[in-house]
Design a protein around this ligand. Structure first.
Ligand code: 6PG
Length: 250
């Protein structure tokens, strides 16, 4: 695991600043990508931190700044609960952003939670990803995603990749079913694997809240946590609010 580079972390004032900074990076990245590609792909994270960003992107201010009809929306992970369950990550993103912006319904690629189980859902999602990604191979350019958004759990997990879980060592599969989450909500999960998440031009961690301070400190000290193992073929940046900044961090 490569050492955590302090340059990868940017501290921002608060959640509003986090949302603004992330939104501007997404706009810049997609505006650049849309010059030479018809289809763009963004991979959204779940949890509560990204809500501010999603709500900001849904405002009129961003209506003309993104090539909405050309963006495809994927998810880093999903709680294996019904689609209309309030714990469902895609439901949160749809309510906060995707139903409030000019997003073609067929461009929203949910992880299915009506499959037989999380493992079946992961297989279906991997098939969907391979179909979307020309050639169905990750080692051929272009990366799968233009932007991947990631969260950080207080235990150091990211997506639904939990400390000590065998899914951390997956090198071939693009998506896996997790029988039981290692952090609340304790339900089965579907998650992209590190190789799939890494197939990105830009990976942005969005972290806020005093409850993340310890996990950020552990990542900065190079502890082998799932979130620290996440890597990107392109850029990787941690956007962290002051409330989550460890004591003594610059
Ligand atoms: C999930 C997320 C998870 C989340 C972190 C942070 O399904 O729960 O993918 O990895 O990003 O737990 O969650 P908060 O933003 O709610 O703190």
């Amino acid at each position: 695991m490569e050492r955590f580079a302090p340059t990868r972390i940017q501290f921002v004032d608060d959640e509003a600043a986090l949302a603004r900074d992330a939104a501007e990076r997404i706009v810049r990245r997609l505006a650049h990508a849309s010059r030479d590609r018809e289809r763009l792909a963004v991979c959204l994270t779940g949890g509560s931190t990204p809500r501010h960003l999603y709500a900001l992107l849904a405002t009129e201010a961003y209506r003309g700044r993104l090539p909405w009809p050309r963006i495809h929306w994927f998810f880093t992970d999903e709680r294996f609960v019904p689609q209309d369950d309030e714990r469902n990550n895609a439901r949160m993103a749809i309510d906060a952003l995707l139903d409030r912006a000019p997003v073609p319904r067929e461009n929203v690629h949910r992880m299915r939670t009506d499959a037989a189980d999380a493992h079946e859902s992961a297989k279906l999602y991997e098939t969907q990803l391979r179909a979307f990604h020309a050639g169905g191979r990750m080692d051929k350019p272009p990366p799968l995603f233009d932007v991947v958004l990631m969260g950080l759990g207080p235990d150091g997990h990211t997506a639904s990749l939990y400390p000590g879980h065998t899914s951390l060592d997956e090198t071939k599969r693009w998506a896996l079913g997790i029988d039981m989450a290692g952090y609340e909500p304790y339900v089965p999960r579907v998650t992209l694997t590190f190789p799939a998440l890494a197939s990105a031009r830009e990976m942005l961690f969005l972290v806020s809240g005093e409850d993340k301070r310890d996990a950020i400190a552990r990542v900065m000290q190079n502890e082998d946590l799932p979130s620290a193992r996440a890597h990107s073929e392109g850029e990787l940046l941690w956007l962290v609010t002051r409330s989550a900044r460890p004591a003594g961090a610059y």
